[in-house]
Design a protein around this ligand. Structure first.
Ligand code: NCD
Length: 312
């Protein structure tokens, strides 16, 4: 049976640790120009039904490092614009003998549907408001590099939690690894079912980020918002912006993180985004290595050992 990466929620701590250690190992190998496994018989379809810069390019780069071939797909230029269903599109790619799929879609659950109809591995590159597992893995690797461990850290996730798959995947991962997760934002942007998520809710920024070791601020996802969810962008920024002033409530050495794309001047200011506490560029860099780890993990049939395949 194919191995899929559809979300963090159903992974256990050992699997998360394994993916993170694979990613750290790949990072070292790429930086030191050492060999990495060659999956050169594998063709992976890149199915991005929603816009993407970081995730798409880093999956391409990860596939390139692993000597895989990629087949690009754009929904607008495909038969889906002629009315073909997702199921029929996935079956087409299956019988064209693609070996695996990386998939982003605005609807939660579509990668799971694809996994059902496609023979090989499916990796979720962000589905609706559900999960974005590789973003959470990259964020975890970044925190571990700077803080040594996730266990015992206070991590505040600030802003538009309601629409954020990043917030959900991060919350699952961080809580499984022993961190204390807090969701901070206005009532309208905190999910109604937040009690089902592993984190405490704070509506006040100062209290929510008090003593935090890590502050992850999120983009206001205006494209997913219903009217009336925010009284004004200015008021939101005044109450929830992560900046030099508000960061004084967190630990002096707290990390500032953001999954991108940034709306500078709204959820974060330039001082916080570009200052010495910012880990935003490391998140981007580590995105490539966790996607290498995820592709390798999903595409190799047996559980890889901690030592890389000596046959390379
Ligand atoms: C996020 C996404 O698409 O979920 N970006 C990303 O993949 N790094 C967050 C966002 O769009 O705000």
């Amino acid at each position: 049976m194919a191995r899929h990466l559809l979300g963090i929620r159903h992974l256990d701590k050992d699997q998360i640790e394994h993916l993170l250690s694979l990613a750290a190992d790949f990072k070292l190998r790429i930086i030191e120009d050492k060999p990495v496994p060659k999956l050169n018989k594998q063709v992976v379809g890149m199915l991005f039904f929603e816009n993407s810069t970081r995730t798409r390019v880093s999956f391409e780069q990860a596939a390139h490092y692993l000597s895989m071939k990629t087949a690009s797909f754009s929904a607008a230029g495909s038969s889906m614009s002629k009315g073909e269903t997702l199921k029929d599109t996935i079956l087409t790619l299956r019988y064209e003998r693609l070996n695996g799929l990386v998939m982003r879609h605005r609807m939660s659950g579509t990668p799971t549907l694809a996994a059902h109809h496609f023979g090989g591995p499916v990796l979720n590159a962000g589905d609706g408001q559900h999960e974005h597992p590789t973003q959470a893995l990259g964020d975890a690797l970044t925190i571990i590099e700077r803080k040594g461990d996730l266990d015992g850290l206070i991590v505040a996730i600030v802003g538009d939690v309601e629409h954020s798959r990043v917030a959900r995947s991060n919350a699952w991962l961080l809580s499984k690894m022993g961190a204390e997760v807090r969701f901070v934002g206005p009532k309208t942007l905190i999910p109604a079912m937040s009690s089902m998520l592993p984190g405490a809710v704070f509506y006040d920024l100062a209290t929510g980020i008090a003593d935090a070791d890590v502050v992850i601020t999120l983009r206001l996802q205006k494209e997913r918002m219903l009217e009336g969810m925010l009284s004004s962008i200015g008021e939101y920024a005044a109450m929830y912006q992560v900046n030099r002033d508000t960061l004084k409530y967190a630990q002096p050495d707290c990390l500032v993180m953001h999954p991108g794309p940034l709306n500078r001047g709204i959820e974060v200011d330039d001082v916080a985004a570009d200052g010495e506490r910012s880990a935003i560029t490391s998140q981007v860099e580590n995105g490539v290595f966790v996607r290498m780890a995820s592709l390798y993990w999903a595409f190799t049939e047996t559980e890889p050992k901690s030592e890389m395949n000596p046959a390379i």
